[in-house]
Write a protein that binds this ligand. Structure first.
Ligand code: PLP
Length: 389
């Protein structure tokens, strides 16, 4: 298909932006010794007991289709883990196991949208949300997040941006890319807004275990969960990004439609990954804490270098992402990222890929070894000093 404007390609798919992070990642392939802070995935290997459980499942013949919403065994285990972590009782028919958090988000969004319906998304926010809304035939609209307000949304502004077409408010706490965590009062206010305007809340909590203080509030704890579509994943907590396994928790009426959509795209999440996920839930929680401890150390490594170098940044409260302010350089964030790569062999994510509000930021993923992170931080400080006028 040589003609890029071929009418046989759907307009909305053609209009999907190419992820800015991928542009940098592809360019970075020219530099084998580049330090990669652009891609957001744990650098730890998947813990051995998870791999062992997968191997055992394969040998035991767990290699066939499972029910659309996932095996009952895994859904029961998820319900138990949710009770352990949030003291909330849910049943397996409120759970759909999906191909990663992405699968949960895409099918969850598709299940609730009629053509032209709107979903309010965070700006800055993870770019895949808008792509998923567009693919589902909906329209993304936005509410602002600002580093000066600790990346907390303003509920009054969200209220102003609700239209008769708005179906849902999407929230992501802890947030990629900001590292911010919604405060408890803000969570309450968003729940109240949804109630008042008859909206759903899609709560992406895939980073819920990577938090550095105890301020995280899950939307699962809402008194009334009838409006909450909860998204989680094994990818980040258990270093399982390649296993493609996540899940959604929603009221039965929505969960059953999302389960139907699994049949459209994949029939079910990978059977072997489902067995592996059960082992992940049985891991001693101290192992997860150890990983978080290491991210916390890296957070300190990076923030102390940036602070010493005079680079303004937001102190992440969770995730392994940090937003640095590059406004002093007057470089467009994409140009900044490309020049930094060419001059200093450090790959970062350009802020503009996360929305208008991040055009003067870059996102750094502190999911690499401490020594590499320190080197990258120093090079970044040097680069910013050289380009600041
Ligand atoms: N939500 C956010 C905010 C993410 O950053 C990611 C992955 O980067 C996901 C969801 C989905 O992750 P996965 O599909 O690997 O579970």
């Amino acid at each position: 298909m040589n003609d890029p404007y071929s009418p046989s390609v759907a307009q909305r798919i053609r209009d999907l932006p190419r992820a800015g992070i991928r542009i940098i990642f592809d360019e970075a392939q020219k530099y084998p010794d580049a330090i990669h802070l652009e891609i957001g995935q744990p650098d730890f290997p998947t813990p051995a007991p998870i791999c062992d459980a997968a191997a055992a499942a394969m040998r035991a013949g767990e290699t066939r289709y499972t029910p659309n919403p996932g095996t009952l065994a895994l859904r029961a285990d998820i319900a138990q883990a949710v009770h352990r972590d949030h003291q909330v009782t849910i049943t397996p028919d409120e759970i759909v196991v999906t191909t990663g958090g992405m699968g949960a988000l895409a099918t969850g969004i598709e299940a609730i949208l009629n053509p032209g319906d709107e979903i309010l998304l965070p700006d800055p926010g993870w770019p895949n949300y808008a792509m998923q809304v567009i693919c589902a035939g909906g329209t993304p609209t936005y509410y602002d997040l600002d580093a000066r307000q600790g990346y907390q949304p303003d509920p009054a502004q969200i209220a102003q941006r609700i239209t008769p077409r708005t179906r849902a408010i999407l929230v992501n706490s802890p947030s990629n890319p900001t590292g911010g965590i919604l405060t408890h009062p803000i969570v309450e206010e968003i729940l109240a807004l949804a109630e008042k305007h008859n909206l759903l809340i899609i709560s992406d909590e895939v980073y819920d275990r990577i938090v550095f203080d105890n301020t995280f509030t899950s939307f699962l704890r809402a008194e009334n969960r009838d409006r909450v579509i909860y998204i989680n994943s094994f990818s980040k907590t258990y270093a399982m990004t390649g296993w493609r396994i996540g899940y959604l928790i929603a009221p039965r009426a929505i969960a059953s439609e999302v389960a139907k959509l699994q049949e459209v795209y994949c029939a079910c999440a990978c059977s072997v990954s489902q067995a592996a996920a059960r082992a992940a839930l049985r891991l001693p929680q101290s192992q997860v804490k150890e990983m978080v401890q290491r991210y916390d150390t890296r957070r300190t490594v990076l923030t102390s270098i940036l602070t010493a170098g005079g680079v303004p940044h937001f102190q992440p409260r969770g995730t392994f992402f940090l937003m640095a302010d590059i406004s002093g350089t007057r470089l467009d964030s994409q140009d900044f990222a490309l020049q930094l790569l060419h001059e200093q062999k450090v790959a970062v994510a350009p802020g503009q890929t996360f929305g208008r509000n991040a055009r003067q930021n870059i996102r750094l993923a502190f999911a690499v070894r401490d020594d590499l992170l320190a080197t990258a931080g120093q090079r970044l400080v040097e680069f910013i000093a050289k380009h600041t006028h």
